[in-house]
Design a protein around this ligand. Structure first.
Ligand code: SF4
Ligand code: SF4
Length: 86
C-alpha cells in the first residue's frame, strides 16, 4: 500500500491498524539457523512473532510491518529480509 506524502495515520493498536499492510520487506525465518534464543520475540515492536509447533518461531505477517529489527538482532543470522511480493 503506497502512502501519500503528508498523509496521517491514526494512532492505535497494530490489531486495529493491520500493520502488515504497508510492509515493503518481509522477514523470512530459517529454522535450520535458529538457536531458539527467543530474542526476536522479545524485540519485535509489534509482538507478532510467536512460538509454533513446526518451527520454533514464526511471524504473523498480518501484523509484521517489516521493520527488520528481528533480522538485525538475530544472533544466528537466521532471519533474512526479502522484498515483499504483492
Ligand atoms: S532471534 Fe534468531 S535464533 Fe533467536 S529465536 Fe529468533 S530466529 Fe531463532
Ligand atoms: S520485521 Fe519487525 S515487525 Fe516484522 S517480525 Fe521482525 S521485528 Fe517484528
Amino acid at each position: 500500500m503506497a502512502l501519500a506524502v503528508g498523509c496521517r495515520a491514526r494512532p492505535g493498536k497494530s490489531r486495529d491498524n493491520i500493520t502488515g499492510s504497508w510492509r515493503v520487506f518481509k522477514p523470512v525465518f530459517d529454522k535450520e539457523k535458529c538457536t531458539k534464543c527467543g530474542l526476536c520475540m522479545t524485540l519485535c515492536p509489534e509482538g507478532c512473532i510467536h512460538e509454533t509447533e513446526e518451527e520454533f518461531v514464526a511471524p504473523d505477517y498480518t501484523y509484521c510491518k517489516g521493520c527488520g529489527i528481528c533480522a538485525e538482532e538475530c544472533p544466528g543470522e537466521g532471519i533474512e529480509m526479502k522484498l515483499e511480493e504483492k
